[in-house]
Design a protein around this ligand. Structure first.
Ligand code: DQA
Length: 144
């Protein structure tokens, strides 16, 4: 099984960025957690982070026929990007959405998620541990 883990804008600044909301662990710690989780489940994974919407769309398009599942934290693009939603719909790769913070308890402008319209499941508010849950869920979903 091959999973693509996509992180959107400013996730590269984890640790530095609003630690009261996103925690004190950095992006490198997130990558280590993802790689460890995948290794334990015998999953091949690729991590991709970009601050650019088009680059994320390109990566999703390139995932067609290559990856079995996608775990995505679209970050701020969650709330704005129809292009990312359309790319996920186009490739039809089972996708789990993840947010480090509990967006349901935050500002009004974070209450819409376009990716939720296609995601098989959404995890939020679990800190970076949420990525572990997302990968485990997708692994079970794809093995069903
Ligand atoms: C986020 C929540 C988004 O609203 C925000 O723009 C982010 C991170 C999260 O992981 O909690 O950049 O997706």
């Amino acid at each position: 099984m091959k999973l693509l883990i996509i992180n959107g804008p400013n996730i590269n600044l984890l640790g530095l960025r609003e630690p009261a909301i996103y925690g004190s662990q950095n992006y490198s710690a997130l990558c280590t957690l993802v790689k460890k989780t995948c290794a334990e489940l015998d999953i091949e994974c690729e991590l991709f982070q970009s601050n650019h919407e088009g680059a994320i769309v390109d990566k999703i398009q390139d995932a067609y026929g290559v990856f079995d599942g996608i775990v995505i934290n679209p970050a701020a693009y969650t709330h704005t990007s129809i292009a990312i939603l359309d790319a996920l719909k186009a490739v039809s790769i089972p996708t789990v959405e993840i947010h480090i913070s509990d967006v349901s308890k935050r500002e009004d402008f974070r209450q819409i998620s376009y990716v939720s319209k296609v995601a098989v499941k959404t995890f939020m508010g679990l800190g970076i541990e949420g990525y572990k849950h997302a990968i485990e869920y997708l692994n079970e979903f794809l093995n069903k």
